[in-house]
Each structure stands twice: as C-alpha cells, then as structure tokens.
Write a protein that binds this ligand. Sequence first.
Ligand SMILES: N[C@@H](CCC(=O)N[C@@H](CS)C(=O)NCC(=O)O)C(=O)O
Length: 212
Amino acid sequence: MTLIFYDYSKAPSPRRARIFLAEKNVPHKTVEINLMANEQMGDAFRKINPDCTVPALQLEDGKILTDNASIAAYLEEIYPEPPLLGTTPYEKAVIASWQSKIDHEFGMAVASALRNANPAMKDRSLPGKHNYKQIPELSIRGLKQIDNFLNFLETHLQEKEFISTGKFTIADISAACALDFARVVKKKANENMHPNIIRWRSGLSQRKSFNI
Ligand SMILES: N[C@@H](CCC(=O)N[C@@H](CS)C(=O)NCC(=O)O)C(=O)O
C-alpha cells in the first residue's frame, strides 16, 4: 500500500506538507479534499481525520497522521535525506524553535486576519470540526502581527540565504507558505521595506518543490 496524502491545493497548511514530500521525493498518491465544497466535513473524510482538517497522511499500514508536525517528524525518520529538521541536537532545537515562532506569530496571524473578517467564513473563525464566531478585533490584531513579523524577518534575513541553520529547512517552507497566503489579506513583502525577504523568497522559487 502506498502513502496517501490528503491535500487541498489552494490552502497553506497542506501546501507545507506537499513541499516537504516533494523535497524528500517521497512516492505517494494525492487525494484532493475540496474545502470550498466542505468535503472536510463529510462522513468519508471524518473517517480519515475526525478533526476535519488537511493535511493528513495515511501510512502504508493504514495509520493516519493528521497535522504538519507529525507528518514532518515521520517523514524525516523514514526519509532522512535531505534533512529538513536538522541533524545535530542544537540544529534540531533551533529549527523547532523557528517552527513554533512562525506558526504562532505568522501562520496563525494570517489565518486569524482572514478568518475573523471574511464574510464567507462566518462562524468559521478557526479551522476544524467546531464552529466559532468571528471576532473582528482578532482580524485587526492579526494584520498588525503580520506587519511585525515581516519587519522582524526582514532584519533577520540580512546576509542570510535561509531562515535557520544556514541550510534550507522546514522553517523556510513554513514561512514561505504563510507569506504567500498573506496575499488573501492584502499583505506582502515589498521591495522598499523588505528587500531581504524578497531575495530569500525568490531563491526558494528556484526549487522544484515550490512549483508544484
Ligand atoms: N494543525 C494543522 C492545521 C491545519 C489547518 O488549519 N488546515 C486548514 C487548511 S489551511 C483546514 O483544514 N481548514 C478546514 C476548515 O477551515 O474547515 C496543521 O498545520 O497540520
């Protein structure tokens, strides 16, 4: 049995796992779950992930991983090359720290800015099986957090090709996916204020994994 990757090609979270799979050249089959058509809420997908979110990865033995963190940890063990989570204890710690920072201060800020303001996401202010009312102030806060994170990242990336450890890692994948998705709330890096972010992001565009 082959790996089955549950994806939605327009969403940022499964894109992170998709790039991770591509970087490691992992053979797999893809099943598209159309979030716009609410397929994640249907009975068939609930059997795959009762939390009703993508990504999910079904392993050869039928076990299922239901988030980016577990998918990355598993694939790194089974397909260690190229290493994307670090090789030394210190590298692994630094990359884990970046992942947490990017998730909490950037990825969640973009999601919060979008989900708490978009009329099409009424009562869907968080992903997953539960409905939560929108809180417009959280959208405003998310937009400010995005600005602050972009300013921080711009300074951090001076004279650096990659975010962490001097090599391409999962931190670059996570930050680039959040940055690209930020366009939905009209935020992007600009040449005057963020030349280092633009240079870093252009470098990533050369990778095949970013163009699938
Ligand atoms: N913790 C999850 C979060 C996944 C997540 O938020 N996925 C979104 C797509 S970007 C989703 O499935 N949304 C479904 C919904 O909004 O109902 C991970 O990073 O793996």
